[in-house]
Design a protein around this ligand. Structure first.
Ligand code: ATP
Length: 233
């Protein structure tokens, strides 16, 4: 579904992605794990089109994506739930969700909103409140729900567990896991390697702008190098 070949990206003169290769097949949950600063966010920003690519190629559902502008990528089926959530704090929860559905004006928008409320019941309770008043975990739920309102076939998730209490992290990972049953393919970028690998089919390890290991998630969890470097075991 999504193929990345030789992807390079830079900030000014400094290259931070040095020729990445990865792929995500339809229906998979794939995670990219790696330490702070490895380049995970930059990778996702290249995929959603907000970060310039200086080399390589991105293909999505059989079509070249590399030069497609960011605002057109959602209509191709690719949505991002960004690092730091980036919700509209002055708007209500419901208004944030409606913005996620800006491409659509059909009756399915209401159904999608109902689905979002079923997925995250707390958002229904808070639907008329300003999003800025939500807790960190609730804001993360809203960011994910807003991305899903765009009806993506592939969801890019940037560090959904960041800064959240373990019980909320578990709740978020459970929802990500459940997206599979809804037919949404997921590329999940995480520093929480154990949590991410537990729900993923496959994983990539990223270090300083390069993929250094890849494999089935269960194999990566069992690998002594990963256990020592990323799982603290
Ligand atoms: P984090 O978990 O902290 O988000 P990450 O793996 O997502 O880390 P990136 O945020 O993609 O990593 O950063 C990769 C490298 O690019 C880092 O060395 C970072 O300092 C650098 N970098 C990120 N954003 C910028 C920017 N706007 N200008 C210059 N350098 C940047």
């Amino acid at each position: 579904m999504l193929t990345v070949e030789g992807l390079r990206s830079r900030y000014g003169r400094i290259e931070v992605l040095h020729g990445l290769d990865l792929h995500v097949d339809s229906g998979e949950i794939v995670t990219v794990v790696g330490a702070n600063g490895a380049g995970k966010t930059t990778l996702l920003r290249c995929l959603s089109g907000v970060q310039p690519v200086s080399g390589g190629k991105i293909t999505f559902r059989g079509e070249a994506l590399t030069t497609v502008p960011a605002y057109k990528r959602l209509s191709r089926g690719l949505a991002q739930s960004p690092e730091g959530r980036q919700i509209f704090t002055n708007l209500s929860v419901e208004e944030n969700l409606r913005l996620g559905a800006f491409l659509y004006s059909d009756a399915r928008v209401e159904k999608d909103m109902e689905d979002a409320f079923q997925m995250f019941p707390i958002l229904r309770e808070k639907r008329n409140l300003a999003a800025g008043g939500l807790s960190g975990g609730q804001q993360q739920m809203l960011a994910m729900a807003r991305a899903l309102m765009g009806r993506p076939s592939c969801l890019l998730l940037d560090e959904p567990s960041m800064g959240l209490a373990p019980i909320i992290v578990q709740q978020i990972f459970d929802v990500v896991s459940g997206l599979k049953a809804l037919g949404v393919t997921v590329l999940l970028v995480e520093q929480n390697a154990f949590g991410a690998l537990k729900i993923a089919d496959r994983g990539y390890v990223m270090e300083t702008g390069q993929i250094t290991m890849q494999g089935a998630a269960a194999e990566l969890i069992a690998d002594p190098r990963i256990r020592e470097a990323y799982l603290g075991i």
